[in-house]
Ligand binder design. Structure first.
Ligand code: FAD
Length: 495
């Protein structure tokens, strides 16, 4: 393999997503006279723009899909190679691409991301949503659909069920409440009415991470009816609204084949038992009607639909790198990385969705496969690689001290801080909640009198104050429930 090397680069980064691009930017600018290569399977690269540090740990930015030439123009020492890595040979420090070329590296950073964990492979009626292509395929199929089933309870499912109109959506969640990845049952209760409410006006605009391939288009009017309660109960309203959607489908119209407005129903606490097509007629109860595909749930219901969206999490893209090497993998399928983003193979680092952070985490941080963390890890991996080459020490970045995430669900601004769902705290915590229907939901997680997490839904303006209270671990016992007293200006109080 060594003799086939077309060229050896000092640094090779694999993956043109946020993690890879951020890492490559860091390395190319730190070492302007050193050869850097970005090898990516995709046609475009993802660029972080309009980056803004909102507070100590909260950050916002836009994500743009761009031609790779933009990067090469910015960094003359950078070469972008558009081909998928087919294999990695850690011994000879080389990678082979799908088009048969071999490139050597001194330091390699794997940022190949993750792909949707599909309910079944190779079933044309089961779609996953990952990138622009799959989002467009989804849009195309949706335009002809009368009913779809969405399986999963994470961010993608939450966004989908809220945005799709003109098509009945049956939402299958394995938990007792919607949005379990991000919320507790209380927050879910707060959000549920949004699925059935008129969106007469757009709430105050919220800046947050935004993903776009071009200038975001503002959405048109939206009409919907909804039934977000368990099957059997229903409510219905019609009204115009905004299509200020989640970032990844901004500008994409998510409309089904029907003229009806939005219509969502939820099947709680069940999973998929099997999926079969109209050819397997024996499996289909008479009453289900005639559909291209059927989905049987663990609650023994069989539902017919046009297609199924599998939004049940992701699997790290590690396969091409594993053969012949001995990477340590974690239970979630990620490449294990230490506090310097090093994998278990020498001179191979990893960042973003493909890796699993295996250092001893701060008690207030957890890994979640999100854009912000992909950027932070890519940036930090670049720093660590540089420090390694220059034999300089590097401390774990401050961004890994406190988990923080700004997003938007059901048109509400959502801020998550620290152990926002009391993750890993067992019974050693108490919750304070303040909720004003249709306006705000605030939950504070306290452990031994100290704030360790918070969920802020709506325009609460509390994120910075709470971030400080979490970071400084002040004893809040004397304040008790006053902490969330709406008549006290808490921002002033702790200033
Ligand atoms: P990716 O962005 O997946 O990039 C991986 C790159 O590696 C790609 O360029 C790919 O072409 C390349 N690649 C893969 N295999 C190879 C190979 N063998 N050889 C060469 N190149 C390869 N996060 C949020 O924070 N907020 C959101 O609102 C949000 N919404 C989301 C909506 C959807 C539909 C999805 C799917 C995810 C969403 N996420 C969101 C998660 C977020 O997109 C990811 O956490 C983030 O993009 C991970 O970045 P990455 O650079 O690690 O991987």
């Amino acid at each position: 393999m060594a003799e086939r090397k077309e060229k050896t680069f000092k640094f090779v980064v694999v993956g043109g997503g946020i993690a890879g691009v951020t890492c490559v930017e860091q390395l190319s600018s730190n070492f302007p006279s050193t050869d850097v290569a970005l090898i990516t399977a995709g046609r475009h690269i993802k660029a972080v723009t309009n980056y803004k540090q909102v507070s100590k740990t909260l950050e916002e930015f836009d994500v743009l899909e761009r031609p790779s030439s933009v990067l090469e123009e910015k960094f003359p020492n950078l070469t972008v190679i558009h081909s998928a890595v087919k294999s990695l040979h850690t011994e000879s420090h080389s990678v082979e691409t799908a088009d048969g070329r071999v490139f050597g590296y001194e330091k390699l950073c794997i940022c190949s991301g993750a792909r949707p964990k599909l309910l079944t492979q190779d079933n044309p009626y089961v779609l996953g949503i990952r990138d622009t292509d799959s989002a467009q395929e989804f849009q195309k199929r949706l335009s002809k659909a009368k009913r779809i089933v969405v399986v999963g309870n994470g961010g993608i499912a939450l966004e989908l069920v809220y945005e799709v109109e003109g098509c009945e959506v049956i939402w299958v969640v394995k938990d007792k409440a919607i949005g379990n990845t991000f919320f507790d049952a209380g927050a879910a209760q707060f959000l549920i009415p949004s699925l059935g409410a008129d969106k007469l006006e757009v709430s105050a605009p919220c800046r947050r991470t935004r993903y776009t391939t071009e200038e975001p288009a503002s959405g048109g009017a939206q009409t919907f009816t909804a039934d977000a309660t368990p099957r059997g109960q229903s409510s219905g309203t019609v009204g115009p609204g905004s299509a200020l959607g989640p970032d990844w489908h901004q500008g994409i119209v998510l409309h089904g084949a029907e003229q009806v407005s939005r219509c969502v129903s939820v099947e709680y606490q069940c999973e998929v038992k099997q999926i079969f097509t109209s050819e397997d007629q024996t499996l289909k109860p008479e009453s289900v009607g005639s559909w291209p595909v059927y989905i049987q749930l663990t609650n023994d219901k069989t539902l017919g639909c046009d297609f199924v969206v599998s939004a049940t999490g992701v699997v790290p893209n590690t396969e091409p790198f594993l053969h012949g090497n001995s990477f340590a993998l974690v239970g979630d399928g990620g490449l294990q990385v230490d506090d310097h983003m090093r994998t278990s193979e020498p001179d191979v680092y990893a960042a973003g969705d493909v890796c699993t952070a295996c250092w001893e985490h701060s008690p207030l941080w957890q890994q979640m496969r999100l854009w912000t963390q992909a950027r932070q890890m890519g940036w930090y991996a670049g720093r660590c690689i540089a420090a390694d080459v220059l034999s300089e020490p590097v401390d774990l970045d401050f961004c890994f001290e406190l988990f923080s995430h700004i997003t938007k669900f059901f048109n509400y601004k959502v801020v998550l801080l620290g152990k926002f769902n009391a993750q890993g705290l067992g019974s050693d915590h108490e919750l304070l909640v303040r909720c004003t229907k249709g306006q705000e939901y605030i939950k504070v997680v306290l452990s031994r009198g100290r704030m360790v997490g918070a969920v802020l839904i709506g325009e609460t303006n509390l994120e910075e104050t709470f971030e400080n209270l979490i970071l400084n671990q002040m004893d809040l016992t004397p304040y008790g429930e006053e902490l969330l007293n709406p008549n006290i200006d808490i921002e002033d109080y702790f200033d």
